[in-house]
Design a protein around this ligand. Structure first.
Ligand SMILES: Cc1ncc(COP(=O)(O)O)c(C=O)c1O
Length: 397
């Protein structure tokens, strides 16, 4: 059966707006990530899921180990809910959460914080100065995996860690070793310019070629540099893990000997922005339905809501994709609206009031900040309705 009739049938009793997760698609996407990881474990990026019961379902499948959280309050909550091995992959400046971590022995065992400078250590020391006895905080060192060329004039990749070269990483590892109350257990180096940049941008062959050249060069640089960084740091401590990559780079990242695990999140929901990669294809798993509430002109319908724009550099690709029925597009002057969204196209002639239009978000987890519930669909049946983070009153970012 086509997806639209089966989604309509599964959710016939619901009134949109609402969000669904197609479990058949989710499982197919998860299996493909595991295949691409070729035996290395995948740490699940929670920012791209943002639903506790869905995280539980994913971790119950083979091939996944541990979580990559996006804030410390989130990690504390997840550990309180029974999750283990949670890497907070972004530095924290939350004094209360740091104090709460130090006061909870289980959280201290299960949570690893990410640092990239002595300043981060100073800040943690400052908050923890009064804590007696002071627990040993698990740390992960974040290394810049960006691509730099032309003597620094060209740079691709996320602007994150100032630590780039093996000597810099070794210096910071030595500083961590010198200070009581910290244990360096992991390395993180996320190559956003490969993992998060599609190499098949729509309608732009020259850009696609340039991206592929950049990514191939960057991958070559990383094999050497990440390996050297890991060697330099391993002389000073026993690393439990070296994390790299993301959905867009899984098969490439796991080829590096120095990498022990890969991160992935977006690949489970397969949002719009992940359509533009030549190396893999996923099935759209997370969708939201909006109701037709007006028909302002022939060939035009207006749906309620829709302006769920994704983070990142603003542009048309950050808008949700009108997905089913196929062939609908935004009105250029209005885009995706705050309360109402007009949609144009052939398919609009057949839509009536109360019909649904199914959308895909441009990114994965941000959808869950708009909906309290994910309705889980199997075939043409709604099998369970589970809360998102927001549905549990948890909005971390
Ligand atoms: C540190 C880190 N690892 C991995 C990822 C990849 O996540 P995803 O698979 O959801 O694209 C990200 C995304 O920004 C990240 O920040």
């Amino acid at each position: 059966m086509d997806d639209r009739p089966r989604y309509d049938r599964a959710t016939a009793a619901l009134d949109p707006p609402f969000a669904i997760l197609d479990l058949d698609a989710l499982r197919a996407n998860a299996a493909d990530l595991v295949r691409r990881a070729a035996g290395k474990p995948i740490r699940v990026a929670t920012k791209s899921i943002r639903s506790r019961p869905v995280l539980e379902r994913i971790l119950a499948m083979d091939g996944f180990r541990g979580l990559m959280a996006f804030t410390l309050p989130e990690a504390l909550w997840l550990v309180a809910e029974g999750f283990t091995d949670v890497l907070v992959a972004y530095p924290t400046a939350d004094r209360q959460a740091i104090a709460a971590l130090a006061a909870d022995p289980r959280a201290v065992r299960e949570i690893t914080l990410t640092v990239d400078s002595a300043e981060h250590l100073d800040q943690l020391d400052h908050v923890l100065a009064a804590v007696r006895p002071r627990p040993e905080i698990r740390l992960c060192l974040d290394v810049d995996a960006g691509y730099v060329a032309l003597g620094g004039k060209f740079r691709a990749g996320a602007l994150r860690s100032p630590v780039r070269e093996p000597e810099q990483a070794a210096d910071l590892a030595a500083e961590i070793a010198k200070r009581p109350g910290f244990r360096l257990v992991g390395l993180l180096a996320y190559e956003a310019q490969i993992a998060g940049v599609g190499d098949a941008p729509p309608g732009n062959i020259l850009l696609a070629r340039a991206i592929r050249i950049m990514q191939a060069r960057s991958a070559r640089d990383l094999i050497l540099r990440r390996g050297r960084v890991v060697n330099a740091v391993s002389r000073l401590c026993d690393l439990e893990f070296v994390n790299g990559g993301g959905t867009g780079s899984v098969e490439r990242t796991v080829r590096e000997k120095a990498v022990t695990e890969v991160a992935a999140g977006s690949g489970f929901f397969h949002p719009r922005l992940f359509d533009f990669y030549s190396g893999f294809t996923g099935r759209p798993a997370a969708l939201f339905a909006l109701p037709v509430v007006r028909r302002p002109a022939p060939g035009t319908v207006t749906v309620l809501g829709g302006g769920y724009v994704a983070s990142g550099p603003a542009g048309p690709l950050r808008l949700p994709q009108p997905y089913l029925p196929a062939g609908l597009r935004y009105a250029p002057d209005e885009g995706a609206g705050e309360v109402q969204t007009p949609l144009l196209g052939e398919a609009a002639y057949d839509l009536r009031l109360c019909d649904r239009v199914w959308f895909r978000h441009a990114k994965a987890g941000e959808l869950c900040e708009r909906f309290a519930t994910l309705h889980l669909i199997e075939g043409d049946t709604l099998v369970e309705s589970v809360p998102t983070y927001r549905g549990e009153g948890r909005t971390f970012l």
